[in-house]
Design a protein around this ligand. Structure first.
Ligand SMILES: Nc1ncnc2c1ncn2[C@@H]1O[C@H](COP(=O)(O)OP(=O)(O)OP(=O)(O)O)[C@@H](O)[C@H]1O
Ligand SMILES: [Mg+2]
Length: 257
């Protein structure tokens, strides 16, 4: 079977901060139905690569192509509308509204539903149903009616994912989604990523340091090092590379063959 067409591609993507090249000519293509884990040491350029793709940063040179369209110059919000989904710390949240109300507003925003829309009772029901689905998927039912500001940290991260689901993106970008979570909280987020992965129309990019997580979820691993793409292969192949063993096991590359 032929692989599905490329959903997202970066071509010679580069950004320099002063003299420092944080992302250096990274060319890489991603496809639906594939979860790619991006690994690399601290400061390798992983988050910067995400910032370039989601539009928080403008590249010095190179292109970002989504489903055949050049999105390099689009604003972050235009990219989000085009299906680029990135979970952010909850900046677009209404702290006094409940969890469910926040999700409902995100669904409403995605659907571009104006006030007139709500005169149709069936549409309102559809909206409610969608919001409930995302609430359940993110396992937030027990806190549905709490104000968003009252959520403990782990639930806030789940709400970020629920809001991301409400946007119905086709590209999901997760940058260390379990960072700062306790060991009891992290599996819920990872299950959620695994659930999203079941929909083979979605392309998932995940920056993750925890090796057990990488093993459980990755279809493919790419390695960034000093801003450059230094490896791109199946998980077991990449895991055995000296550079990866050095990064994750602390084995010096020259001894890690
Ligand atoms: N806005 C900025 N201005 C100047 N330098 C920056 C900026 N953003 C990132 N950098 C630099 O670019 C390099 C890559 O940083 P980045 O945050 O992308 O690394 P990372 O791979 O995500 O690391 P970590 O694993 O610690 O999250 C670092 O040297 C960082 O200091
Ligand atoms: Mg980072």
């Amino acid at each position: 079977m032929n692989p599905p067409p490329v959903s997202l591609e970066t071509r010679d993507l580069t950004i320099s901060f002063g003299g420092h090249v944080a992302v250096n000519s990274v060319s890489c293509a991603f496809r639906p139905g594939e979860l790619t884990v991006i690994v690399g040491p601290n400061g390798a350029g992983k988050t910067t690569y995400f910032n370039l793709m989601s539009g928080q940063l403008t590249p010095t040179s190179g292109e970002i192509i989504k489903s055949g369209h050049d999105i390099t110059r689009l604003s972050p919000s235009a990219r989000a509308r085009a299906g680029m989904g990135r979970a952010f710390q909850l900046t677009n949240l209404f702290p006094k509204l409940t969890v469910l109300e926040n999700i409902r507003l995100a669904v409403q925003a995605q659907k571009g539903m104006g006030p007139r829309f709500f005169r149709a009772a069936s549409s309102f029901k559809d909206l409610e149903q969608r919001a409930e689905e995302h609430l359940t998927a993110a396992r937030l039912q027990s806190v549905a009616h709490l104000p968003a500001s009252a959520l403990p940290h782990g639930d806030q991260r789940k709400l970020e994912v629920a809001l991301l689901l409400a946007m119905e993106p086709d590209i999901f970008m997760f940058d260390e989604p379990t960072a700062g979570m306790s060991v009891d909280e992290a599996p819920a987020i990872l299950d959620l990523v695994a659930e999203i992965k079941k929909d083979t129309s979605k392309t998932i990019l995940l920056v993750e340091h925890k090796m057990d997580v990488v093993r459980a979820l990755a279809d493919r691993i790419i390695v960034l090092h000093n801003g450059q793409l230094v490896a791109d292969d199946a998980p077991e192949t990449v895991m055995s590379l000296p550079i990866v063993r050095e990064i994750y096991l602390g084995v010096p590359a020259e001894n890690a063959a």
